[in-house]
Design a protein around this ligand. Structure first.
Ligand code: 5GP
Length: 204
């Protein structure tokens, strides 16, 4: 398993992570994406097994107990997590895989896979972030306020990431991310690490 091929993309809710990832994969279809588990309800248009595996809280807690999760976290009152087996499958295949997860997840992944690349997407401004959250719809004022509060904490954590890219223009941002991913795979020596620790849970 080559842990340089594990790429984490984090950034505040509404900064465009999914759109940028979609564009990265249009530019290079050899890059895979992992589907996380969550207890949050699907938004309009989201499909089970495609956007997330949507599960009940009981199921999620059972998955944790069974040691199925590589990392997990609570975000705005819901659980989100990455399946260990799914990531191992990508890495055993030698596939570059992108995880779109929050900064606590990123920290846990780096602990288990030290050569994973942590990439942080920054919105051009907080006003723009609020605008994008409102435009996305499906969230009330309190939910948006909660996400902006978490965003402020997440942006403080960006300095611990390997690279910060401002998402002003999706095409330029995706291109920059893709070049950084390729450069990372060239530059960083693989250091294979098996993870046995349990992930830390940090509540946002
Ligand atoms: P959303 O509800 O907007 O889809 O996601 C909320 C936050 O949870 C985002 O920052 C997203 O990147 C993060 N997230 C999604 N999947 C995972 C996961 O598997 N693990 C962790 N730690 N965070 C995740």
């Amino acid at each position: 398993m080559d842990d340089r091929k594990l790429i984490v993309i984090s950034g505040p809710s509404g900064c465009g992570k999914d759109t940028v990832l979609r564009r990265i994969r249009e530019l290079d279809d050899s890059i895979a994406t992992n589907v996380s588990y969550t207890t949050r309800s699907p938004r309009k248009g989201e499909v089970d097994g495609v956007n997330y595996h949507f599960v009940s809280k009981e199921q999620f807690l059972e998955n944790i107990d069974n040691g199925m999760m590589l990392e997990y976290n609570q975000y705005a009152g819901n659980y989100y997590g990455t399946s260990r087996e799914s990531i191992n499958r990508f890495l055993e295949d030698g596939t570059t895989v992108v995880l779109v997860i929050d900064v606590n997840g990123g920290r846990n992944v780096k602990k288990f896979y030290p050569n994973a690349m942590l990439l942080f997407l920054m919105p051009p401004s907080v006003d723009e972030l609020r605008r994008r959250l409102l435009q996305r719809g499906g969230a009330d004022e309190e939910t948006i306020r909660a996400r902006l509060r978490i965003a402020a904490d997440e942006m403080l954590y960006a300095e611990h990431y390997d690279l910060v890219v401002v998402n002003k223009d999706v095409d330029e941002c995706a291109q920059e991310c893709l070049e950084a991913i390729r450069a990372w795979e060239e530059k960083v020596p693989a250091n294979i690490q098996d993870q046995t620790d349990e992930p830390e849970e940090i509540k946002c």
